[in-house]
Design a protein around this ligand. Sequence first.
Ligand code: SME
Length: 160
Amino acid sequence: MSENLFVHTGPKNEKYQTLLQQIPSLLDPHVDVVANMANIAAALKETFGFFWVGFYRVHGETLVLGPFQGPLACTKIPKGKGVCGAAWETSSTLVVNNVHEFPGHIACSEFSKSEIVVPVLRSGKVLAVLDIDSDEFATFDEIDQNYLEKICTCLSELYP
Ligand code: SME
């Protein structure tokens, strides 16, 4: 696997395209998925400078904090709670332009203003969620959703 990341400096879709092309070489199928989550979080942080980017993994009826980049975060999120728990419950990506308007939003940081949560799905089952927070409103759109879902699909293929 590669330990070098090329970061595109152009528009968002080109940055994602460049990152997506590198994902297969960044992933290591011979190690635990947690190690791969760590490198994906790092690659997203390095490419976009997101305020917070990381994973929560499904453990029974709870999401448990996984690899992340950014400030400290809450360690457990019950199913259906917050943006992450809602994305898990609905098995769908959630884009939140203003987290203050999302019922039950869990504020791990007072600086978080918008958020996207993408489930990592395998055979229709949610195994984890990718959570990205921005310190600006309305950061995420269908471009983010499209590419982040593709990245999560690459990751899900590493699950046994
Ligand atoms: N805001 C999330 C909680 C996790 S942190 O943002 C890192 C939520 O509402 O689910």
